[in-house]
Design a protein around this ligand. Structure first.
Ligand code: GLU
Length: 453
C-alpha cells in the first residue's frame, strides 16, 4: 500500500474511533500527511504499522476532581492525563487548566508532544493533561485546593521515571508548587516528578523564560538561514501569558520591537513597543485583564474583542514584519494570515500549540517568500528546559543561568538544523512542517520497532 492511502486509512480510523475529536483529527492530519514521503521511502514503518499504533494513546486517564470553593460548596471538574507514547523516555508534557479543556484538546496536545519532545534530542515521551477548570477570578485558596484535589487523583500515575507533568495554559509556578506539595505529602517522597518548580526546591533557572526565549532563538535561526536578521523588525505577538511575555523580552534583546499582546478580553497596540515590566506586573502579580495596560501606559490602545471583525482575530490587523502567535489553538485563520501577508508580514513562528488552522498553514507553505516555524519545532524550548530540569534533579545539581540558556540555544539550533536538513533530504528545502515532523517521527518510530509489540 502506498503511504498516501495508508495515511488516509489511519485518518478514517481516527474519524470512526475518536468521535467528534476535531482538533485531534486536525493535528493528526497535519502530522501524518507530512510523514508520507518517509513512509514511501522506508517500507518498515508501514510493515510494522507504526503510525496505527502511534495515534492510539498508550493509556488515557480521566478522573473527577472535586474541591471546596470559598463558599464551602463542592465543585467538580473533569481531570485528564493522556499518556500517549513512552518509546523514547518517560511521559512528559504539560497540564492545562482552562474551561475549553476536554479529551479532544488533551489528545491533540499529547499527540503533538510526542514529536516535539523527540525533536529536542532529549529522552522524553509524550503526554498531556489538565482540567476543564477556569482559574480566572478564583482566590488563592481555591487554586490551592483545586491543585491538591487534582494531585489526589494524579499521584497514582506519575513519578520521576514514569510521567513528569509541567505547566501549560492556566498552570504556572504557583500551581506547580501546590501540586508538588501535595504529591510530596501523599507519597512521602521528594522527587522531580513535576517541572517548572521553584528555584529553592528543585527548579531550573531559565525554565520560566524558556518557551518564549526558545521561540525567538528558533526564529533567529530561520532568519539567519534566509540571510536576514531581527534588527529593526516590528513584531505582532498574541497572548499575554508566560510564552508571550518572554517572547517580547527576548525580541528586544535581538533588536526587534513587539507592538502587541492579547488576552481573552482584547488586544493592546503599543507603537512604542510593549512595556514588558508593566505586562509582568499586570499578568503575573495582579492577574488582571489587558484594558488596564492602556490605563497605565500613555499612547497605547486597547481594542476589545467586541470590536474584532467577524471571523477575525483583531491582533493580526496590526501591520508587522513578523508574527508570533503565543495564545492558543486556532488563533490564526486563513483570513488572518492573508491580512498579515498583505500587510507585509513575512515570518510566523508559533509559540502556542497548533495556533494556525490547516488552511492557514497551507497558505504559508505555498508562499516562497514566507518563513513559517511550526509549533512543535519553534516552541519546544519550554519542554526542552524541563528536560534540563530533570537532568539537574537526577544529578542533584543546579546549573547557572548562563549554562541552561546556552543549552537551550544549542537545542533550538539543533531542532532548526535537523528540521531544515530533513526538509532538504526530502526535496522540500525550508518546509519545516515536513522536516520537523519526519525528524521527530523517525526517532520514536525506530524505538517502537526496536522494542517490539
Ligand atoms: N506545556 C509546554 C508544551 O506545550 C511544556 C511542557 C513541559 O515542560 O513538560 O510543550
Amino acid at each position: 500500500m502506498n503511504a498516501h492511502d495508508y495515511i488516509s486509512d489511519v485518518l478514517d480510523y481516527i474519524e470512526r474511533t475518536s468521535l467528534g475529536q476535531v482538533t485531534f483529527k486536525q493535528a493528526a492530519t497535519e502530522i501524518l500527511r507530512a510523514l508520507e514521503p518517509v513512509l514511501d521511502r522506508e517500507p518498515k514503518y508501514i510493515k510494522h504499522k507504526v503510525v496505527d499504533r502511534m495515534v492510539m494513546p498508550e493509556r488515557t486517564n480521566i478522573f473527577r476532581i472535586t474541591y471546596a470553593n470559598d463558599k464551602g460548596e463542592p465543585e467538580s471538574h473533569y481531570g485528564y492525563r493522556v499518556q500517549f507514547n513512552s518509546a523514547i523516555g518517560p511521559y512528559k508534557g504539560g497540564l492545562r487548566f482552562h474551561p475549553s479543556v476536554n479529551l479532544d484538546i488533551i489528545k491533540f496536545l499529547g499527540f503533538e508532544q510526542i514529536f516535539k519532545n523527540s525533536l529536542t534530542g532529549l529522552s522524553m515521551g509524550g503526554a498531556k493533561g489538565g482540567a476543564n477548570f477556569d482559574p480566572k477570578g478564583k482566590s488563592d485558596g481555591e487554586i490551592m485546593r483545586f491543585c491538591q484535589a487534582f494531585m489526589n487523583a494524579l499521584h497514582e500515575i506519575i513519578g520521576d521515571v514514569i510521567d513528569v507533568p509541567a505547566g501549560d495554559i492556566g498552570v504556572g509556578g504557583r500551581e506547580i508548587g501546590y501540586m508538588f506539595g501535595q504529591y510530596k505529602r501523599i507519597k512521602h517522597r521528594f522527587e522531580g516528578t513535576l517541572t517548572g518548580k521553584g528555584l529553592s526546591w528543585g527548579g531550573s533557572l531559565v525554565r520560566t523564560e524558556a518557551t518564549g526565549y526558545g521561540l525567538v532563538y528558533f526564529a533567529n535561526e530561520m532568519l539567519k538561514k534566509a540571510g536576514r536578521g531581527f534588527e529593526g523588525l516590528t513584531c505582532a505577538v498574541s497572548g499575554a501569558g508566560n510564552v508571550a511575555i518572554y517572547t517580547c523580552e527576548k525580541l528586544y534583546q535581538f533588536g526587534a520591537k513587539p507592538v502587541t499582546v492579547s488576552d481573552s478580553t482584547g488586544y493592546i497596540y503599543d507603537a512604542e513597543g510593549i512595556d514588558v515590566a508593566l505586562l509582568k506586573q499586570l499578568k503575573e502579580v495582579e492577574r488582571v485583564g489587558l484594558r488596564e495596560y492602556s490605563v497605565r501606559k500613555a499612547g497605547s490602545k486597547f481594542i476589545p474583542v467586541s470590536e474584532y471583525k467577524p471571523g477575525r482575530n483583531g491582533v493580526w490587523d496590526v501591520k508587522c514584519d513578523a508574527a508570533f502567535p503565543c495564545a492558543t489553538q486556532n488563533e490564526v485563520s486563513l483570513a488572518d494570515i492573508e491580512v498579515l501577508y498583505n500587510n507585509g508580514c513575512r515570518l510566523l513562528a508559533e509559540g502556542a500549540n497548533l495556533p494556525s488552522t490547516l488552511d492557514a498553514m497551507e497558505f504559508m507553505a505555498a508562499k516562497s517568500d514566507f518563513l513559517y516555524g511550526p509549533a512543535k519545532a519553534a516552541n519546544a524550548g519550554g519542554v526542552a528546559t524541563s528536560g534540563l530540569e530533570m537532568a539537574q534533579n537526577a544529578a542533584m545539581e543546579s546549573w547557572s543561568f548562563e549554562k541552561v540558556d546556552a543549552r537551550l540555544q544549542g537545542i533550538m539550533k539543533h531542532i532548526f538544523d535537523i528540521s531544515y536538513e530533513t526538509s532538504v533530504e526530502f526535496g522540500r528545502p525550508g518546509d519545516l512542517v515536513l522536516g520537523g515532523n519526519i525528524a521527530g517521527f523517525r526517532k520514536v518510530a525506530d524505538a517502537m520497532i526496536d522494542q517490539g509489540y
